[in-house]
Structure formats: structure tokens, C-alpha cells
Design a binder for this molecule. Sequence first.
Ligand SMILES: [Zn+2]
Length: 332
Amino acid sequence: MNISNQDTCMKKFIGCDLGGTNLRAAIVDVENGAVLHLASIPTLAREMHETVMHRMADLILQVIQAAGMNKKDIGGIGIGVPGVLDLEKGETLFLPNLPGTWPHIPLRDTIKGLTGLPTALLNDVRSITNGEWRYGAGRGVDTIAVFAIGTGIGGGLVINGRLHLGLGGTGGELGHTMIDFNGPTCGCGNNGCLETYASGPAIAALGMKAVSQGRTTKISELCDYDLNRITPKLIADAAQAGDEIAKDIYEKAGFYIGIAAANVCAAIGPQRIIIGGGVAKAGELLLDPIRRTVRERVHVMPVDRVEIIPSQLGDNAGIIGVACWAAHSGDR
Ligand SMILES: [Zn+2]
């Protein structure tokens, strides 16, 4: 199905986020990126995919109703999905953070059937990438790379004015580019991926190590000597308070992200590199070493012109991005 430009202008789209903890859905004005109505319910992922898909469809229909709209006002639904998809078949293939991992689950056609609306799927970080590109930190340029640093490290690319999908939509997994081919084992099965060095858990582990080794650091006081309370935010707080060990942890994480970003510079020549996700709330603590590393390590392109900046749209980036994706991709 092709959605004409005129219809796209008139209609709103639904952006939906299938999270491990929450299902979120909103009506998005794809002409300006405004989120008009947002609702969130627990995913209850343990109840497995059939139940979760029905809850998602109900949530979407409720959002339309609560906004005082009808289905005919809605051009379609985009769903951001945390994992590997078959975009052609509209199936989930592997969702590592959801019970049962959702192999070959026909998410697109199920939601389309339950709501009667055209539905499109997109990986959750590619959704964020699309949102940041259209209405956030990537606005106005045609080639960007996004790193989303959280529990894992997700990524996405826009190249020459198009969201880059690659083989089956798998392109852009920047967290699984390799820092050291002999490095620690990654959740993906490879060794030494960026994610094993600079994700939230990797940063927390460096803090835990410092405390358990008895080093003198504010991290110990802030966590009250309870290793389980150490988070990237707690380490950032210690660093902001001047703690050298905490600063060094962010210095290391930023260095590794910088190495991955340098490789991306060589590969696609981005005008901007956007750093988002919960860990990026550390701000300059993380951005400064990323920028420094990229400047030092890239010599084959005009690296001074590459802007390395924080994301702008926060938690709504994915919902905005996937709604825009639905608007521009049609029923796919
Ligand atoms: Zn990996």
C-alpha cells in the first residue's frame, strides 16, 4: 500500500514501543514530530507473546479513543522492537530481553489484524535514529551515526539521507563492532564487542571492581559499600564530585566508544555522531573522551567537521521515529 503525501499530511500515525518493562503508544504528528497523546502500560512480558500483542493492540485502540479520534484519522502504526526482525515478513526473530525470545512471531500482521490499521516494524534503536534524524539532534544533515548507551549498546545509521537498513534491517549494530577480537565474551556470542567495554553494566562493573579492591574512591561512600547499588549514575555523581577513579572509569568508557566512533567515521563519513541512552546522561564526562579519541584517531576524513553531540528527544525519540517510519514506509 502506498500512502500518498496528501494522506500523510492529513493523518496522524501511531508510534508504539515494545519495551521489556513497558508498552508505550502515542499519536504522533509526523509533520512536526509532536507527540500528541502518550499512554504506557506494563508489558507483562512473562505472559508471552500472544497476550502481549493483544495488550499492545488494546493500548493502541485506547490511545486513539482517548485522543477523541477515529481509526480513519490514523494513517498507520509503527512498532519499535528491541531485537532482530525480519522486515519483509514482519516477524520478530530474536528479542533477547523478552521471555521466550519471540522467534518467528508475526507481530506486524497480528497488530494489523487486531487494529485494522497498516502496521510497520523497526528495530528500537533504528527507530530512535530515525527520530533523532528527523526531529532531534540529527536534523538538517544527511549522514549520521547514533550510539544508544544503556543496558546494551544499540546503534543506527542514516546514510545519504536514508535510514540505513542493510541486510534484513540488521545494519547499524554499532554496539557489536569489535574493540578487541580477543576481548571479553559478548552477549551476542562474539568477543570484544564495544558493548562489553562501555555499556551500563560494563561501567558499573568497573566501579564494583574499584570498591572491592579497596581503592580510595567516593564510589564506596555513595553506594554505602554495597556493590549492588553501584550504577553508571552513581559513578557519574562521584566523578562530578571530583573523584579521580570515577572520572577514569568514564574516561575509559568514552575512549572505547571513541574507538568505535572513529571506525564509523572511516566507514561512512558522518556529519554528526549522536550519543544517547541512559549512560549518556553523564554528559561531558562521556562526550569529552569520545570527542578527543575520535579527533586523535581519524586521519582519513575531515574529522574536525564531525560534530559529536548528545541526543535531544529523550525517551520519545523511538516513538517519534517509528511513527515517521510508518508514515514513509507504508504497509511493510
Ligand atoms: Zn556483541
